[in-house]
Design a protein around this ligand. Structure first.
Ligand code: UDP
Length: 265
């Protein structure tokens, strides 16, 4: 990967392609690549609530790296190439499909409200929902009819997206259960990549406690962004706990410590 060093550009001179609520995308070192930078910003309710939470970006970068690398390793295609530093990862440029794909195993959040279900009720089976990515419209829920009628994805692509969503859900459910965590629901995004004449759909964006509901198996404590949405506090500690349980951070490692460490004699 030495070629990646040849076009190194200092951070402040890199071309910014896109700035979102929690991430920035910069031009990558090679055509067809981008750099995904994780910020510390937390937003909810379509950015009506906003806060900067020190260290969140570093943790999400590490957790999302771990999940995407594992997905790549089991043959679920993703945009992830490799982590570059504390806040950034090298990814493949994709054509984002403008849908948020939500997979639910247990009733919570907007589903619990919409259908009058008690949060924590196990669903009869995993349910996949689609939301149209559009901040001005507050990401409305849409059906396959809307998706095909407006040309956001064709029926074959919807099948591919659903097959990916089920594989990601099965993988994540097992991964988190092994760490004593119940995967309630999560959101993923997908994009198109062309390889010659072949197009394929890959998992894109991030998968982290910002985009999942994660409850401790025993206590049902929330280890996810609901701590921010519901003003519960302790968000960074919860994300750190997720990273520690997944084995990403060693017992004594502090993902947020940038400077020299005190070494115990
Ligand atoms: N989610 C997300 N981004 C969004 C909306 C939802 O990552 O813009 C995730 C959320 O963290 C949860 C799942 O998708 O894990 C389902 O969210 P829900 O529809 O219940 O909406 P919410 O109650 O979070 O607004």
């Amino acid at each position: 990967m030495d070629f990646l060093k040849t076009r190194y550009t200092p951070m402040n001179r890199r071309r910014r392609i896109y700035e979102g609520k929690a991430k920035v995308l910069y031009e990558g070192p090679e055509p067809g690549t981008l750099i995904q930078h994780f910020k510390d910003d937390a937003t909810a309710f379509n950015a009506k609530k906003h806060e900067v939470i020190d260290g969140k970006g570093v943790l999400n970068n590490r957790i999302s790296e771990y999940i995407f690398q594992n997905l790549n390793d089991i043959g679920v295609p993703t945009h992830f190439i490799r982590r570059l530093n504390m806040r950034e990862q090298l990814i493949r440029e994709v054509e984002i499909i403008p849908l948020e794909v939500v997979v639910r195993n247990v009733a919570a959040g907007s589903l619990a409200k919409r259908l009058g279900l008690e949060e924590g009720t196990q669903l009869p089976r995993s349910i996949i929902e689609f939301y149209y990515k559009n901040d001005a419209l507050d990401d409305p829920m849409v059906s396959e009819e809307h998706i095909t009628a407006f040309g956001w994805a064709n029926p074959q692509e919807i099948d591919d997206i659903m097959a990916l969503a089920i594989r990601v859900n099965d993988f994540l459910s097992g991964l988190f259960l092994g760490a004593g965590i119940r995967l309630i629901d999560f959101k993923m995004e997908t994009g198109r990549i062309w390889e010659g004449d072949m197009m394929r759909i890959v998992v894109a964006d991030e998968i982290s406690p910002d985009s999942c509901r994660l409850w401790d198996v025993k206590s049902a404590d929330k280890l996810d962004k609901d701590r921010f949405r519901r003003d519960m506090g302790g968000l960074v500690e919860a994300y750190q706990e997720v990273a520690r349980r997944l084995g990403i951070l060693g017992e004594s490692e502090n993902a947020l410590a940038g400077g020299p460490r005190l070494v115990q004699p």
